[in-house]
Design a protein. Structure first.
Length: 364
């Protein structure tokens, strides 16, 4: 149910912001400018004698007691605007068809009206057996979001897990942002103690450091999604929104921090070496080869958002074609490395070169 403070105008503001969160990445170049994921510095070792047949390569993975046909999660993106219904409908159909996971966008909007709730719940209607992840922001926890409200979000999509997204950079630059993070860690700990489903914590494109990862593991989270830099810049998205709002300070911050964050490969190595819980790699991952690299670096799963969004905006057929292409790329990489399953890929050798090699020597 809406709070007393949630007037129709508040709902319209949220719908507009959610719509822009879809339209801007699709129509404007908000990818990283000068930074990268650093995955280009990871070289898998070619096996000229793989001793396996391509058709025998198996991409299945078990994650948080759920069986996936591939180690891929369609990462948290959208909801809360009518335009999101079509996107989430197509994404969830693909998740069900290909045996992938799927995260929803931040769901507080779904508590404000039944119309907005349907932009999220369509996912479960279309994907009765898929691993679906509910989503709430760290800033909302700081404001005192109630346990029952979180429970309603979980029930909205009959979620298999809940993700808490951390986006201090985005909140800082967003015209209507709320950069209030005091007490978020204690709230995460409280959620972990109050819910039976797995709690995942993710960034949205600036990465997770080893120090933060250790705090999250101690708080009781089930997995960490590093969501490093090198892909879509949400500082860039909010900078463009700030231009429309004529907020010069936000515009300046958006430009200054456009490439801010820990590159995906660096964040993945840091987190993997500092915690024992499962790790999801995401942030600028664009193809099956990069998924394989992340698995070799220690990821249990990989999240992709923008590539799925781009194809989902076109048609269901385009989305299926992209998903199939990505799976073929992953399977082909595994064949060329000589690994017949994900467990063996995770133990495969690799070479770290270039800038990542320079950084890696300082990661302890």
């Amino acid at each position: 149910m809406p709070d007393e403070s949630d007037s129709p105008s508040d709902i319209e503001v949220i719908k507009k912001r959610k719509k822009e969160g879809i339209v801007i990445p699709l129509t404007r170049n908000v990818q990283a400018k000068e930074s990268s994921t650093y995955l280009e510095y990871v070289k898998l070792i070619h096996n000229a004698l793989p001793e396996i047949d391509y058709e025998a390569v198996e991409t299945t993975q078990n994650f948080l007691n759920h069986d996936f046909k591939a180690p891929i999660i369609i990462d948290s993106m959208t909801g809360g605007t009518p335009e999101a219904t079509k996107i989430n409908s197509r994404l969830s159909l693909v998740a069900e068809k290909f045996g992938l996971g799927m995260g929803l966008g931040s769901q507080r909007a779904g508590l404000l009206s039944s119309e907005l709730a349907e932009t999220y719940s369509i996912a479960r209607s279309n994907a009765p057996s898929a691993f679906l992840v509910a989503n709430i922001g760290g800033a909302q926890l700081s404001k005192g979001l109630k346990v029952q409200e979180i429970r309603s979000m979980i029930e909205m999509i009959e979620a298999n897990a809940l993700v808490v997204h951390l986006n201090p950079l985005q909140e800082l630059i967003q015209p209507e942002g709320e950069p209030k993070y005091k007490g978020v860690l204690s709230k995460i700990k409280e959620i972990c103690a109050n819910f039976d489903i797995p709690i995942i914590v993710k960034e949205v494109g600036a990465g997770i450091s080893m120090e933060v990862a250790k705090k999250l593991e101690s708080a009781g989270v089930s997995a960490i999604n590093v969501a490093g830099s090198g892909g879509t810049s949400w500082a860039g998205v909010e900078k463009l929104r700030a231009e429309t709002a004529h907020d010069s300070n936000k515009i300046n911050l958006g430009e200054l921090f456009w490439d801010w964050g820990i590159p995906t490969a660096v964040s993945l190595i840091e987190v993997r070496n500092s915690v024992k819980i499962p790790v999801i790699a995401s942030g600028g991952i664009r193809n099956g080869l990069e998924i394989a690299k992340c698995i070799a670096l220690g990821a249990n799963m990989c999240g992709m958002a923008f590539p799925f969004l781009r194809q989902a905006s076109k048609s269901f057929e385009s989305l299926c074609d992209f998903t199939n292409k990505t799976l073929i790329e992953l399977k082909s990489t595994m064949f060329l490395v000589g690994t017949k399953n994900i467990a063996k890929l995770a133990k495969s050798r690799f070479i770290i070169t270039g800038e990542l090699a320079k950084v890696n020597q300082w990661i302890i």
